[in-house]
Design a binder for this molecule. Structure first.
Ligand SMILES: [Zn+2]
Length: 100
């Protein structure tokens, strides 16, 4: 959470929004559990953590559409089975906003 602290250290923050893609490798439950410990003693202490979960999706050239994927399908369209390397969403892990 060092990045969060660096971005927001100038004034007290009441809530922080973080975008978490389903393929980012971040585990929402773990983030929530670690949050109070990570922010203790920083300007974020006491701030609420709001996670915005973003389901992964690929652009499927077969369907000409975005298709949501899960880990089971990997980078293959769940509708028509066309493999696609075009991940359009899912790897996000970033601070979206901070409320003071
Ligand atoms: Zn498809």
């Amino acid at each position: 959470m060092d990045a969060v602290v660096a971005v927001t250290a100038e004034k007290p923050v009441s809530a922080v929004g973080v975008k978490v893609g389903s393929l980012s490798g971040a585990v929402p439950e773990a983030l929530e559990g670690a949050w109070p410990i990570a922010v203790a003693g920083t300007p974020l202490a006491g701030a609420k953590l709001e996670l915005e979960l973003i389901p992964a999706a690929i652009w499927c050239p077969g369907c000409q559409a975005e298709q949501p994927i899960d880990e089971f399908y990997a980078l293959t369209c769940p509708v028509c089975g066309t493999p696609s390397g075009q991940l359009v969403r899912g790897r996000e892990f970033a601070v979206a906003w901070a409320e003071t």
